[in-house]
Every structure is written in C-alpha cells, then in structure tokens.
Design a protein around this ligand. Structure first.
Ligand code: AMP
Length: 218
C-alpha cells in the first residue's frame, strides 16, 4: 500500500501515520521530521531548510520533492505512508512523475480535516518526542512520565514553529496551497477524507474504517 496523508498542521497526520505504520505495516516518511533531524545534525540540507522550517514557511517545491523522491528511490520502499508531503500541487505532480518511473503508483491520498480553533489548540500545546517524533499534548495527551516519551523514553520538546505567530502563518499558507492540492487528487479519484475532530482514538476508529472500506490491509 502506498498512501499520502494530507491536512493542515495539527490535523493529526503524524499520529495517523504511526497508526498506518503499525496497522498497515507501512514505512513512514515525514518531511518535517526529516528536516528537523537534518537541522539537528547541522547537515548541508539542514542548514538550507532551517530558515523556512523555523519561520513556518514552505521549503521550495523542487528541493522537498528531490529529498523525498531520492529517499524513496534509495530505500526501495514498496509500501509507505508519506506524512507532510506533498503539500502543494507542484509537489504532488513531481511525486507522481517519480513514482511512475519507479513503477510504484499511489493507492490513495487521505485528507484529515479539523476546524481551525481545534488545530490551534492542538499545536499550541503540542510536545514532540525528540527521538521518535511521537506527539503528546500538555492537557489532552499527557505522557505517563513528565517530559518523557511513552514509546521510546526520548525527551519531549516543544517545536520552535509551534509558537502562536508561526502557527498562524503555517495555517494561512496551508489555506492557500491546500485547494489546488486536494483538486489534484480529487480529479484523479484518489482523494479520501477522514474527520479529524475529537480525540485521537476516535480519529483512529474512523481511519480504520476507511482502510477496511478501501481494502487497505497489511
Ligand atoms: P511538519 O512537521 O509537517 O509540520 O513540517 C514542519 C515544517 O517543515 C513546515 O512548516 C515546512 O517549513 C517544512 N515542510 C515540511 N513538509 C514540507 C513540504 N512538503 N513542503 C515544504 N515544506 C515542508
């Protein structure tokens, strides 16, 4: 199975990607996580994307597409879930072109929707594991041990781009880019929707139902 997860920041793409990883046995690639790791290691790529990521702006299409396509090709993944990529019409077209060459077409694009106040509430209280990328929340999804990841004991941190002004900028950018992106997959009859409101457990149940309806199994 090869799917992409779409949706605004805070919609729950990262959490749903982890569900796909465990339930559908898919390899998980997150552009945001890749960029944060490269930034942490101060690689050339990390330094190239730093200003975009910390200010909440989108990294240019050609660079993001090159990074993702080269990772997919190098690892020769046949079953994967992409989280945070594509985010624009141009990236979607670039991805399709590359997957066509690799003879690994996508099976679907899953859009997770949530109202803006919910997105802001989630992002403003988010804590992320610096080791495995799992998400927690200061009020609604507290870790069992303060400051430590339940999954891997990694240290929980607040992302620099989860400051309120940056959150607002990211949501505004998403407003502008999401319609052409959704139209792209809608036209190709690949777009599927999951209601991302409420607790993550409820979103997982809806997503699981969609996977079964689509025949997406491990
Ligand atoms: P995320 O972890 O998905 O919220 O991404 C964090 C940041 O990484 C975004 O705000 C962008 O600066 C950058 N980024 C991640 N994915 C993409 C993408 N597909 N296109 C452009 N920039 C991206």
């Amino acid at each position: 199975m090869r799917i992409v997860l779409l949706g605004p920041p805070g919609a729950g793409k990262g959490s749903l990607a982890l569900l796909c990883k465990t339930q559908l046995k898919l390899k998980h690639l997150s552009t945001g996580q890749i960029f944060r790791e490269e930034m942490q290691k101060h690689t050339a790529l990390g330094e190239k994307v730093r200003a975009y990521v910390t200010s909440g702006r989108l990294v240019p299409d050609d660079l993001v597409t090159r990074v993702m396509v080269s990772r997919l090709a190098a690892k020769r993944y046949r079953a994967f879930v992409l989280d945070g990529f594509p985010r624009t019409h141009g990236q979607a077209a670039g991805l399709d072109k590359a997957l066509e060459k690799l003879k690994l077409p996508l099976h679907g694009a899953v859009y997770i929707s949530s109202p803006e106040p919910t997105l802001i509430r989630r992002l403003a209280g988010r804590m992320v594991c610096s080791r495995c990328g799992a998400n927690f929340h200061v009020r609604t999804m507290k870790p069992k041990r303060k400051g430590l990841c339940d999954r891997c004991d990694g240290k929980l941190v607040t992302r620099k781009d989860d400051q309120i002004e940056t959150i607002k900028r990211r949501l505004l950018i998403d407003h502008k880019t999401s319609k052409p992106l959704l139209d792209y997959y809608h036209k190709r009859k690949m777009l599927r929707r999951v209601d991302g409101r409420g607790k993550i457990a409820a979103v997982f149940i809806r997503a699981g139902k969609l996977f079964r309806q689509q025949g997406w199994t491990s």
